[in-house]
Design a protein around this ligand. Structure first.
Ligand SMILES: [Zn+2]
Length: 104
């Protein structure tokens, strides 16, 4: 049962603000899920390189803007380095191959 206090906490926020808040939580979950040691280092889903945690983004295979229905789908979001996610627009060709390997 939702308490009045909880409703008041979110009542003043817009839908967009709530979506962004939810995205931050989902992305944090993904970075934690894909961490390979206690320092939260990770292996990038696209380039396959071992990277420190401060370079970890939660990369979407299907982009959030074009495919909003899978924005929060955990099968669509994986630990990805900044270089691949931001500078190579997801580096999707090796990302696809590694996703197939990961899900076998
Ligand atoms: Zn990478």
């Amino acid at each position: 049962m939702i308490k009045a206090k909880t409703i008041l906490k979110y009542k003043a926020k817009t839908r967009g603000q709530l979506v962004e808040q939810a995205q931050k939580l989902v992305n944090a979950f993904v970075r934690n899920r894909d961490a390979i040691n206690d320092r939260s280092d990770f292996v990038c889903i696209s380039c396959g390189k071992y990277k420190p945690k401060h370079q970890c983004n939660a990369g979407h295979y299907f982009s959030r803007s074009t495919y909003p229905s899978v924005r929060f789908d955990l099968d669509n979001i994986h630990g990805q380095c900044i270089q691949c996610n931001l500078h190579q627009h997801g580096n999707l060709i090796p990302c696809r191959a590694n996703l197939i390997k990961k899900n076998r």
